[in-house]
Every structure is written in C-alpha cells, then in structure tokens.
Ligand binder design. Structure first.
Ligand code: CP
Length: 348
C-alpha cells in the first residue's frame, strides 16, 4: 500500500490556498494580512519576531532576477526561524529536464511553501495545480500580489490624518504593467479611486477593466484610464514603474519616445498633484526615465518605505499561509521519536 507523505505541512488540502492575485482574497482576508503585517513589524522593531516558521522551508523559484522579492522572502524566513532555498533555472530542472508539474509535486513533499517568480502566468498556474503546499506568486508578468500588500500597508502608514483608504485617489503613471494591473484591482477592492495615466497604446486592456468593474460595483470605487497628465491634480499618490520590462528591451526606444517627457514623474509633476501627495514606486527605478532622482529621494517619496514593507509583507505571508497546516508535536511525541532513534543508533 502507498505510504502517505511525511511532510508535516500538507495535511489539509481542502483549505489549501495559493496567492496568485490579491483579487482572489476578500477585503476581510486582506485586512487580516495587513493586521498581521502590523504585528510582525512591531515585533521586528523589538527584535522579537516569534519563530512561527520554525523548522520550515520556503522554496523560492526565480526564473527572473530580483532584489526586493528575493531578499525580503529569504530574510523573512530567517527572522521567523525557518529556512529559504534559492532556486534559479541553473539550480533546478524546472521546465527543462523536469516538468513544472513534477517540480511542484517534489517541492511540495519537502518544503512548506513555494514562492515563484516566473516568466509567465501559465507557469505560476501550473505550479498551483500540482502543489500540495501554498504557492505564492512573486511576480509572473500578470500579477504582483506580494507587492500589493506592501503598497496598501505603506499607503495606510502615510495616509493624511483623518483619511481612510477609500478617501484616496491613486495615479499609476505609464504602461499597463503587472504592477499597474494589480494596483487597479487592489485599489478598487479597497474602495479607492484609481487612474492609469499613460499614452493610449499602453493603456489597460478591457479584460482587466471588467474585473475592476466588479470591484467598483461592490465597493463604490472608480477608475479612469486616461492620457491626460493634468489629472494628477486629483491624486493623493503618484505611482511610478519602469516604462519597459527586461523582456521588452527590443521595444525600449519606442517606449521611451512614447512616455518621455510627458509621463515622467518630476518635481513639477508632483507639485501639480493633490496637496501632500506621496510618490510611490515598486523599484527598481530608472532615475533618468520614469522618475527623477530628486523626486525619488525627496520628502514626498515613500518608495524606500514600500521596499522595506516587502519584508513586512513576506513575514505575514509565510505565517498566514502556513499556520493552519502547522502540526506542533507534543513533548511526549518529540521524546518518543528521540528515544526510538537513539536506541536504534546504540545498536549500530
Ligand atoms: N518590486 C520588486 O518586485 O522588486 P524586485 O524585482 O527587486 O524583486
């Protein structure tokens, strides 16, 4: 007869959740994650992060490069008492000598959670199909959910006094990137007003606007997709991202010509935004393209707080997605196994 897996984590497949897009989560669930972030950030300030990921392993698949996502997940696992494995295409067989399905099956037997930065949404979906542990999307060219948790948390930290998230209007400057798409859906889920301000050719596709329409109907949020830069005057947060991704280098010149200079976040543009507006950026930033160094390092910039909150978010994600599966052994169970193994070793 087939023996069951010995993994302590994959015990309750019925309630197994993955994080592909924040839009899969209810507002209440997102609020729980934000509250957990707040508790963990305070614990980190006191150098007292509880070891809620003790003896656990995080598999980190990176098909593409990363600074923030990699370092924040690896550091989060360590702070929580666990371990992270960095798995680039050079290190594992993913999609070459071994199928994505089998990779997910095997990693699930050994690790407690899988985080994947992939070059396509199809790869992320395939991992979720076969994994028996939670799969966290660390950016897949469609969505960037872990960035969203850090972003909403940062907005809350920097909200004008007396305001609620639903009072805010957020402008994303430029291309309909995965971050722009994720922000459209997350802001509208939180009842915020959202604008994408960019040239017509690079505006958000209809498919995603339909999803945003549903959020707006539920929360009273609005969105506007426009090429009119003067609309920043209505916005409390101006959000920047690269005008091209590493897979779009062949389009770089065409894109820069379309976006520059009108959609560059300069000091002058920030001065036209709503009073007290903040500058947000997911980073990495090209300070000679979508944003100036002056703005990035200026008093309105929260970009580096956002970056730090990636760590706050990843700590919360590791705990949120594994705590229900954690099997805490009793002292009696620990002693039983230790005695059995030591007794066996004495005979060797
Ligand atoms: N914002 C973000 O995802 O950064 P990295 O590409 O460095 O992970």
């Amino acid at each position: 007869m087939k023996k069951p897996s010995s993994t302590a984590t994959n015990l309750n497949k019925e309630s197994l959740r993955h994080m592909v897009t924040m839009n899969d989560f209810t507002r209440a669930e997102m609020d729980d994650m934000l509250e957990l972030m707040s508790l963990l950030k305070e614990a980190r300030r006191d150098n007292a992060v509880p070891h809620l990921f003790k003896d656990k392993s995080l598999a980190m698949i990176f098909e593409a490069g990363s600074t923030r996502t990699r370092v924040s997940f690896e550091t989060a696992a360590t702070l929580l008492g666990g371990h992270a494995l960095f798995l680039s295409p050079r290190d594992i067989h993913l999609g070459t000598k071994e199928s994505i399905d089998d990779t997910a099956r095997v990693l699930s037997r050994m690790c407690d959670i899988i985080m994947a930065r992939t070059n396509s949404g199809a790869t992320t979906k395939a991992l979720t199909k076969m994994s028996t542990v939670p799969v966290i999307n660390g950016l897949d060219c469609v969505y960037h959910p872990t960035q969203m948790l850090a972003d909403i948390f940062t907005m809350k930290e920097h909200m004008p006094a007396g305001k609620k998230l639903s009072d805010l209007t957020v402008a994303f400057m430029g291309d309909a990137t995965d971050v722009c798409r994720s922000l459209l859906l997350t802001c509208t889920k939180y009842g915020m007003d959202f604008k994408q301000i960019g040239p017509k050719k690079y505006q958000m596709q209809e498919e995603w606007l339909k999803v945003a329409d549903k959020n707006c109907a539920e929360t009273g949020a609005t969105y506007e997709i426009t090429d009119d830069v003067s609309k920043v005057s209505e916005c409390n947060a101006i959000y920047g991202d690269s005008f091209y991704w590493t897979t779009q280098l062949d389009e770089k010149e065409e894109r820069l010509a379309a976006f520059m200079p009108d959609y560059v976040i300069t000091k002058e543009l920030m001065e036209k935004a709503a009073p007290g507006a903040i500058l947000m950026h997911c980073l990495p930033a090209n300070d000679k393209e979508e944003v100036t160094r002056e703005v990035l390092e200026g008093s309105r910039s929260v970009a580096f707080d956002q970056a730090e909150n990636r760590l706050t978010a990843q700590m919360a994600i590791l705990v949120y997605f594994t705590h229900k599966y954690t099997k805490e052994p009793s002292q009696e169970t620990l002693k039983k196994h230790e005695t059995r193994i030591k007794d066996f070793l004495k005979k060797l």
